[in-house]
Design a protein around this ligand. Structure first.
Ligand SMILES: [Zn+2]
Length: 177
């Protein structure tokens, strides 16, 4: 990941008036000297799920899309406009797995950075421990290719591309000891 590819370093023209007089004014802010437009590249909200089966194994998904196609991930995705993080994770579990949520409990928040379209995307994952109504008829769909259950203690962190998910699982491994 090229950390120089932050949005403030890549976007050179005002998105409102097109002026090149578009100065960086902070780590995530730009100001247009022509039309006075101020733009902030705010961290995007995302949500992820910790789902355990009856044996205490953690549900992981295989990514069907880039970035990091074929690698392991937690179920989840971006929070849409007007959604709560709880609504987002409920929707994502339904879209990705066909799953119905029975119970949601807060676990923590984890910042993430990844490169998409040649630009660093900054997100904050809100992570929840989720109980599903049933494990029957879960079908990987949308942006995942498979559902797997792993003993949290033996999950290979090298198989997990995202900082936030690695940090989530590392914390889980510490708290489960
Ligand atoms: Zn402008």
């Amino acid at each position: 990941m090229n950390l120089k590819n932050n949005p403030v370093d890549l976007l050179h023209f005002c998105p409102k008036c097109g002026s090149a007089n578009f100065a960086t004014t902070g780590p995530r802010s730009k100001h247009c000297g022509n039309c006075s437009f101020n733009y902030f590249f705010n961290t995007s909200a995302a949500a992820s799920a910790l789902v355990f089966d009856e044996k205490g194994r953690l549900m992981l998904t295989r990514r069907a899309i880039n970035p990091h196609k074929g690698k392991l991930d937690l179920p989840g995705g971006f929070v849409e406009y007007y959604e709560t993080a709880e609504e987002a994770i409920t929707r994502e579990l339904h879209e990705e797995l066909g799953a119905e949520v029975a119970e949601i409990n807060y676990f923590g928040t984890f910042p993430n950075q990844y490169e998409f379209s040649g630009m660093i995307v900054h997100t904050l994952d809100s992570t929840f421990v989720i109980k599903l109504k049933t494990f029957d008829n879960l079908i990987p769909q949308d942006d995942i290719s498979a559902i797997e259950f792993h003993d949290p203690a033996t999950i290979e962190l090298d198989e997990i591309p995202f900082n936030s998910i690695r940090n989530t699982i590392t914390l889980l491994q510490k708290t489960k000891k």
